[in-house]
Ligand binder design. Structure first.
Ligand SMILES: *[C@@H]1O[C@H](CO)[C@@H](O)[C@H](O)[C@H]1NC(C)=O
Ligand SMILES: *[C@@H]1O[C@H](CO)[C@@H](O)[C@H](O)[C@H]1NC(C)=O
Ligand SMILES: *[C@@H]1O[C@H](CO)[C@@H](O)[C@H](O)[C@H]1NC(C)=O
Ligand SMILES: *[C@@H]1O[C@H](CO)[C@@H](O)[C@H](O)[C@H]1NC(C)=O
Ligand SMILES: *[C@@H]1O[C@H](CO)[C@@H](O)[C@H](O)[C@H]1NC(C)=O
Length: 467
């Protein structure tokens, strides 16, 4: 049995434990369902556990860390190889930075409720509006509480959190994330301005408080002393080009087709026991919980990433989810993400439908640099896993594990010096040049990067959505 598994995957457990941080992002057999079922793979060199406030420092910098993905950090920041070895002289002229929000409580509460309280008293979600000029409001914040006379609490969850909401660990990691961005792109490379001048910097989020609150944390890290407020751009949520804002019927049609293929069914087939064990433990037998691994993954990640334990059966507290079961859920989630954004037979159309308009917006930022029509040097966009995944898919990432909390893509644009001055690009995923089917995107003409992404921008999204 063991040798059969080795034969299928070509990866022995001892090799898994010896993975480099970068290798933990790229399991070579992620597209095979044996990646899901091979218990010896564990977390494939990553972690899904963190104390409530601090990062988990067990793994070396750069490893896949679901709770707080690595980001560019000055100590490890690699200059493009061509610049480092002196074969070209170049300066960075633009940074387009995308990130998933920081860590949070789960979206999905188990059908029978949660067997432990969630505590969010150590983070204050501010919510107030002020006039553009005149007297400012009194700053109020959300204080979630549980009223024990509310009979529905028993079958839901006790405590002081909303689901989802940013947690203190996520906010604090956001500060660090911003400090590290400043250290690389401000202090070291001199790109980000010392104060957030409106002509040079631009920020965007989705309508979700998770992304807005992440922005407040990260940008405080970038500009610790800035006394004012900053605009965080958003499109109207009903037509937003991120977070599946605009409605698009063909998107659902294509998704159903993707989730009906033989490969998809095989991944359900090999996980039938796991799904049935978890389903009966929690009454999670509806299609919402059974048809994909989204909900179980989310529920377990939300707990483990914020210092809590895996859930137990309400009626029999001796029956709890094991770490082995959770790891299999996480591997199945990784398989699904790779399938959605890399290997399904309709992947190009699916990326166009979900993220194509947004990718077009990014390309228009690049075009403005080429045309010399912008003074911007730094754009930072706070989005969701469902936005990061398709962008990585469009880049042709060789393997795509679930883009975890605070996962980030840095599109850097460099201009070479001298008479033959030209624009080059590189793309970092969580601090390292991304590995793709087009090679490592460490240094390529900006036009080549545009050519990679362009096929994912639909020429007519309205017709495509109605197709
Ligand atoms: C997985 O990817 C490899 C290399 O890209 C390919 O050779 C193989 O056929 C794929 N396997 C499946 C099951 O799709
Ligand atoms: C840190 O991660 C390691 C590896 O996944 C795990 O064994 C450990 O329990 C984690 N520590 C905490 C405090 O969550
Ligand atoms: C420097 O790095 C670039 C990009 O990897 C490579 O093409 C070039 O040959 C290298 N030059 C030297 C002198 O090592
Ligand atoms: C909720 O949790 C608090 C603190 O742990 C506890 O005192 C209270 O009894 C719990 N209420 C319910 C309804 O479980
Ligand atoms: C799983 O595989 C078996 C045997 O090949 C097949 O009979 C069954 O229909 C499959 N189930 C699913 C859910 O694909």
């Amino acid at each position: 049995m063991v040798s059969l598994i080795f034969g299928l995957l070509g990866v022995a457990p001892s090799i898994v434990s010896a993975l480099t941080p970068l290798q933990s992002f790229y399991p070579p057999n992620l597209n095979d369902t044996s990646y899901i079922t091979d218990l010896s793979l564990g977390t494939y060199g990553g972690t899904y556990q963190s104390p409530t406030r601090e990062p988990n420092t067990t793994l070396p910098y750069g490893s896949y860390d679901y709770c707080q993905m690595p980001h560019p950090r000055v100590r490890e920041y690699p200059l493009p190889e061509a610049v480092r070895n002196g074969s070209v002289k170049a300066n960075i002229v633009y940074l387009e930075y995308l990130q998933r929000h920081q860590r949070r409580t789960p979206y999905n509460i188990l059908p029978g409720g949660e067997n432990q309280p969630y505590d969010c008293d150590d983070i204050l979600p501010y919510l107030y509006a002020g006039p553009a000029s005149g007297e400012g409001p009194l700053p109020v914040y959300a204080q979630t509480y549980t009223d024990i006379t509310n009979p529905f609490v028993l079958g839901y969850v006790n405590g002081s959190c909303q689901f989802p909401q940013l947690t203190i660990g996520g906010l604090l990691d956001g500060y660090q994330h911003g400090k590290d961005i400043w250290a690389v792109y401000g202090a070291k490379l001199g790109l980000i301005p010392i104060i957030p001048e409106k002509e040079k910097v631009w920020f965007r989020s989705t309508e979700s408080p998770l992304t807005q609150q992440s922005a407040g944390g990260v940008l405080r890290g970038v500009w610790p002393a800035w006394p004012g407020a900053l605009p965080l751009h958003q499109q109207t949520s009903a037509v937003d080009t991120v977070n599946e804002g605009f409605s698009c019927s063909n998107r659902g049609t294509v998704l159903s087709a993707i989730e009906s293929t033989a490969e998809w069914n095989e991944h359900l087939n090999v996980t039938a026991n796991l799904r049935s064990e978890l389903g009966s433990m929690f009454g999670a037998t509806s299609s919402d919980w059974q048809d994909t691994f989204d909900h179980f993954s989310d529920n377990f990640q939300g707990r483990l990433c914020n210092g809590y334990k895996l859930p137990c059966d309400f009626s029999d507290t001796s029956k709890c989810v094991s770490m082995e079961q959770a790891n299999e859920v996480f591997r199945a989630g990784d398989w699904e993400w790779n399938y959605y954004w890399r290997t399904n037979p309709k992947v190009q159309e699916y990326i166009q439908l979900v993220q194509g308009v947004f990718i077009g917006e990014i390309l228009s930022h690049f075009q403005a640099i080429i045309d010399g029509k912008t003074s911007l040097v730094y754009s930072h966009i706070f989005v969701h896993d469902g936005d990061i995944g398709p962008v990585l898919g469009a880049l042709g990432i060789t393997q795509l594990r679930w883009p975890a909390m605070a996962s980030n893509i840095a599109f850097e644009i460099w201009r070479t010096e001298g008479r033959e001055s030209a624009l080059f690009a590189r793309v970092l995923y969580c601090g390292q040049p991304v590995e793709t089917i087009h090679g490592t995107l460490d240094w390529l003409p900006l036009e080549s990067l545009i050519a990679i992404l362009k096929p994912y921008v639909p020429t007519d999204i309205v017709s495509l959505c109605n197709a």
